[in-house]
Design a binder for this molecule. Structure first.
Ligand code: F6R
Length: 607
């Protein structure tokens, strides 16, 4: 999720691009760059593998002077955050410049084809195939070449680009990534979001999926990929800057929860082929090594440890391989009984959690194979592990992990499928693949139920203690539901497995201690229903999350929240999203600072 901005008008493009990039920096901040078509007819490209202010220092040495330009602030997906990998990217002759947000799934295939045709590539990015592909098709009509190039691209993109030969044309295109055109007085902007445009215009044209905007000094025209005119939607925006950064939502946490369908889709994108086989571009461990594994350890902290607990169950069930999730901070102080036939998976959003780093190093000393599942390209853990699975979720700004947890669950599901594939475990495979593919749409249905969750949260926000219960994959979901609630609302919440309930936690229950029962589908469903009966007869209010249409708890639970039906992993993901929204609304109702809860940091870099 990068920030992009383009400008065409009569003012100094460089200063407008810098201003836009500063406003977009929250979308990505590992590198930044601009390309400006100078008055002299040459193009200046300046980039830095650093924050926008470092780019500004470099530009101040010599400000490119022009009226047309594009800028980018990057959150790396393919290729480490380095200066060559920073955007804009150009074609072989340096005449076409492109900035991109998204993931081009078939970039390796396109790059190989373009190399055979004589194109030379400077970076490791997926984006760089775009200017070269346009160059390949360019016969004097830039827009036509863009259309031909886009027809070859699979994946997600918001692109802004220009060509030296067409100094009065700025082109934007979008597919599965947002892009808006700002309509000023005799000047035009194209940006990844409205925040970048606010000081200049509030008249915004929102591009639809698969649409291309061609902007000239005479105006903006929008067409579909095939060149047919598309209906235009012009909005008048009344947001202030902060609201715009949050996409109009009151908090980043809510914005990020709403981005979960996209995060799940990004984690899947390009990784499942038509036969349902799993491919991870950056998982550089040879198949033979993975085939010879005797066990898997998954290490993480907090929410990531809960993801690891889900991963543990999936790897055992889907790959038939013994697996164990561990608290990374405990792993490092115990005898490291892992060896070359152990796969150690570091589960970490930031890639910088000190406990997880140290545990990973310890596993490496024991010669275990190591994989990082992380959101941050080039982070310490991504660099030190043998292989990486990136989440591709874009930056997460709210301190509480939300969309990246779902991306972790999806990625660990894919890893379990991959290990199963290598071990010849084929049963249920097609069903599991279908379950994963359906997830983004089902998550959207849960988000559509937001008002109901807000109403439930209002009713439960008056309690001071909560118990979350689940079994199977619902157990880590219950632990996570409790963690999310306590960290942002400061209410006391505990999670337990249904089996453990009678061994202690049930003593806590009375009419002032509600139970949130995560009744996800799975082999222990009947047992969980018994648990709900047990807590209800003790007078505890029960909020039960059940599959849609399920009536078994209708007369037992105080409230029932129905979730779309899915498989075991799908149900766990959907319940996770519902509990995130529940915690969010409870915390907002109590007036908490949900994006920056007290005493917590986004990345815990000390042990
Ligand atoms: C809770 C939360 C934390 C993190 C934990 C590990 O919402 O975000 O519990 O999950 O600090 O962080 P990462 O995943 O960056 O290793």
């Amino acid at each position: 999720m990068c920030g992009i901005i383009g400008y065409l008008g009569s003012r100094d493009a460089t200063s407008i691009l810098i201003d836009g990039l500063r406003r977009l920096e929250y979308r990505g901040y590992d590198s930044a760059g601009v390309a400006v078509l100078e008055r002299t007819g040459v193009q200046s490209v300046v980039k830095r593998a650093a924050r926008v202010e470092t780019l500004v220092e470099a530009l101040q040495e010599r400000m490119p002077e022009g009226r047309l330009g594009i800028g980018h602030t990057r959150w790396a997906t393919h290729g480490r955050p380095t200066q060559v990998n920073a955007h804009p990217h150009t074609d072989c002759r340096g005449r076409i410049s492109v900035v991109h947000n998204g993931i081009i799934e078939n970039f390796e295939e396109l790059r190989a084809e373009l190399r055979r045709a004589g194109h030379r590539f400077a970076s490791d990015t997926d984006t760089e195939v775009v200017p070269h592909l346009i160059e390949e098709y360019y016969r004097g009509d830039f827009l036509a070449a863009v259309r031909q190039a886009l027809a070859r691209i699979r994946g997600a993109y918001a692109l802004v680009m220009f060509c030296l030969d067409d100094p009065e044309l700025l082109v934007g295109a979008r597919l599965n990534a947002p892009l808006v055109v700002g309509l000023g007085e005799g000047e035009y902007f194209i940006a990844s979001d409205i925040a970048a445009l606010l000081p200049y215009t509030r008249k915004v044209l929102v591009l639809g999926e698969g649409e291309i905007a061609a902007v000239t000094p005479l105006g903006a025209s929008v067409t579909a990929l095939d060149g047919m005119p598309a209906p235009t939607r012009v909005l008048h925006v009344s947001w202030d800057t902060e609201q715009a950064e949050r996409g109009g939502h009151p908090h980043f946490m809510l914005k990020e929860i709403m981005e979960t369908p996209e995060a799940a889709a990004n984690a899947l994108r390009g990784r499942l082929d038509d036969q349902g086989r799993v491919h991870f571009a950056e998982l550089e461990l040879p198949d033979e090594r993975l085939q010879g594994l005797a066990e898997v350890r998954l290490l993480g902290m907090g929410t990531s440890r809960h993801a690891a607990m889900v991963g543990e169950q999936l790897i055992e069930a889907w790959a038939g391989l013994p697996a164990r999730a561990q608290d990374a901070s405990e792993f490092r102080y115990r005898p490291a009984l892992v060896g070359p036939d152990t796969l150690v998976v570091a589960v970490t959003q930031s890639g910088e959690t000190a406990d997880t780093i140290v545990a990973l190093r310890q596993a490496r000393q024991q010669e275990s194979a190591t994989v990082a599942v992380t959101n941050v390209v080039g982070s310490t853990i991504a660099r030190e592990a043998d292989g990486v699975i990136y989440l591709h979720s874009g930056p997460e700004i709210g301190v509480a992990s939300t969309k990246t947890l779902v991306a972790h669950l999806v990625s660990l599901g894919l890893l379990a499928l991959r290990l199963g594939e290598l071990r010849g475990v084929a049963d249920r495979r097609q069903g599991l693949v279908r379950e994963l593919r359906e997830l983004p749409a089902l998550i959207r249905q849960v988000l559509d139920d937001g008002p109901r969750l807000a109403e439930l949260a209002r009713r439960y926000a008056g309690y001071r203690n909560f118990l979350f219960v689940g079994r199977g994959l619902g157990h880590p979901v219950a632990l996570e539901g409790a963690l999310k609630l306590k960290e942002i609302s400061y209410l006391h919440a505990e999670g337990t497995s249904g089996g453990e309930l009678k061994h202690g936690p049930i003593a806590l229950l009375d009419r002032d201690t509600p139970v949130v029962a995560v009744c996800t589908e799975g082999p222990s469903w009947e047992k969980l229903l018994n648990n709900v009966h047990e807590v209800a007869v003790r007078g505890a209010p029960v909020l039960a999350l059940v599959p849609r249409g399920e009536r078994a708890l209708a007369d037992v639970a105080t409230d029932v929240l129905e979730l779309p039906r899915s498989g075991e992993l799908g149900s766990a993901v959907l319940a996770t999203v519902a509990l995130q929204l529940f915690a969010y609304h409870v915390a907002v109702g109590l007036g908490r600072d949900v994006d920056r809860p007290r005493n917590l940091a986004k990345s815990v870099t000390v042990e």
